[in-house]
Design a protein around this ligand. Sequence first.
Ligand SMILES: NC(=O)c1ccc[n+]([C@@H]2O[C@H](COP(=O)([O-])OP(=O)(O)OC[C@H]3O[C@@H](n4cnc5c(N)ncnc54)[C@H](O)[C@@H]3O)[C@@H](O)[C@H]2O)c1
Length: 327
Amino acid sequence: MSDWFHDAHVLITGGLGFIGSNLAKHLVRLGSRVTLLDSMIPSYGATLDNIAEIRASVHLNFSDVRDMHSLKYLVRGQDVIFSLAGQVSHIDSMTDPLTDLDINCRSQLSLLDCCRAENPRVRLVLAGTRQIYGKPKFLPVTEAHPYSPADVNGINKLAAEMYFTLYSQVYDMHTVCLRLTNTYGPHMDLKNSQKGFVGVFLKQVLAGKPIQIFGTGNQRRDFNHVDDVCRALILAAATTNARGECFNLGHHQHYSLLEFVQVLHQILPFEFQCVPFPPSRQAIDIGDYYGDYSKFSQATQWQPRIGLDEGLRETVEFFQARTAYWS
Ligand SMILES: NC(=O)c1ccc[n+]([C@@H]2O[C@H](COP(=O)([O-])OP(=O)(O)OC[C@H]3O[C@@H](n4cnc5c(N)ncnc54)[C@H](O)[C@@H]3O)[C@@H](O)[C@H]2O)c1
């Protein structure tokens, strides 16, 4: 894998965000020539601080994936493109559905079509989401589970995936979709309170404030440390038999929200209570979710290596040393 990426030209859209910036560090270590595209929209996850230690080793392109004209030039000469640019908030996708449509769906089709015209041999990897399944009908959720997205974000991400698969089938392009679950780790965006409970809980705890858990706290979830997700993205691009496929990520350990809070509590004590769901959250809550990632393991030998206790401890220590990131 390391040989494959050495000297490879790699474009990461959303490269200054949480997962994109962590991925960039992995790729710089592998010797890739990395370009990071990001629109730097203030309320999203991008910051130059995320890439401070690799700033001299990457090219930056401040542009928007909704601008097809610049995309056309940027895709030329790339060996791999990781499509990570996204409107990430499920709540915001309900209050501003058209922005979600433009970024998470239409821009993905633009990207594919630019590649078809300008660089059809490029390998494309999409950061998809478990949200496409909606409320699980069985657990663990496999890729054969029916799609029933619970929010606008899930629908747009599903359409994007389907375009990726279609372009592989019809134009014989190398596309891979990974369905990410709750991803956490250094550089996650703690400032935006609409991005999911892990960031919200971490910010509260770091600030010495109590946590509110919506519902009973018995909802089960799986979690991936960002380093495990970056290894998965890299393997998805490098592995020939992943081509044209969609895969779940996940972890063999899953936790109820109360158990998650207990793990966090052992690292940094805080107070917490269960409160009723606000109606806007209840309407899009998916209940229990954990995924079966055996299809991806079989294709690539990927396994998550970092457990929640170790990963959360590292994440807390990272943010404790960088108050400006979240306060
Ligand atoms: N973090 C998770 O738990 C999780 C779970 C499932 C899926 N994903 C997917 O992974 C991808 C990365 O997520 P993240 O957690 O790193 O979020 P993030 O918000 O930290 O990063 C997204 C990046 O995309 C950039 N961006 C947004 N719109 C853009 C546009 N129009 N043009 C150019 N850049 C734009 C943002 O500025 C930001 O830097 C997203 O596509 C997201 O849907 C993440």
